[in-house]
Design a protein around this ligand. Structure first.
Ligand code: GNR
Ligand code: NI
Length: 174
């Protein structure tokens, strides 16, 4: 397994729509393993392939707590087939927007169809943090970030600060 570099906003790649995968093979499983290692080392509870620069519909999520057994779930070609009318608000963060957090309102419950690590068709009914995380990751596959769900004022402020961070980082490297 190897760790990959996480793409930080602002970057046009994060705004692109990812395409479906044709099959689950060993090459794809290698990417899934790399994404899991990248997510654990960040650390984060979810990661979409686009965040490591690959525009494919692939997500990994593990919401297990530190003192619990690890429970990674891989979602290939996830499709949200139901979202509840009832909504919940969570303070969200994103590995592509390091250091920024905001309250985001989303459907409390969602059901999804996907292919698992072995390419087997699965269905999952999620609520709570898992449902929030799934919806955050599926947004990534459609070029959407959590800041797109908050006020334009807050969003513009966060993007401005991220742009400044990138500029300063370039100065240090050069
Ligand atoms: O690590 C993450 N935490 C998180 C917290 C609340 C809602 C969503 C998330 S996902 C995020 C990792 C990430 O950026 N995934 O795309
Ligand atoms: Ni994210």
């Amino acid at each position: 397994m190897s760790k990959r570099k996480i793409i930080i906003e602002p970057d046009p790649i994060l705004r692109e729509k990812s395409s479906p995968l044709e099959k689950v093979d060993n090459e794809l499983r290698k990417l899934m393993d790399d994404m899991l290692e990248t997510m654990y080392s960040a650390p984060g509870i979810g990661l979409a392939a686009v965040q490591v620069g690959i525009l494919k519909r692939l997500i990994v999520i593990d919401i297990s707590k530190e003192d619990e057994k690890k429970n990674p779930i891989f979602f290939v070609n996830p499709e949200i087939i139901y979202q509840s009318d009832k909504t919940s608000t969570y303070e969200e963060g994103c590995l592509s927007l390091p250091g920024f957090y905001a309250e985001v309102e989303r459907p409390t419950e969602c059901h999804i169809n996907y292919l698992d690590y072995n390419g087997k068709r699965k269905k999952l009914e999620a609520d709570g943090l898992l449902a929030t995380c799934i919806q955050h990751e599926v947004d990534h596959l459609n070029g959407v970030l959590f800041i797109d769900h908050i006020s334009k004022l807050k969003r513009d402020m966060i993007i401005k600060k991220l742009r400044k961070n990138k500029k300063e980082l370039k100065k240090i490297i050069l």
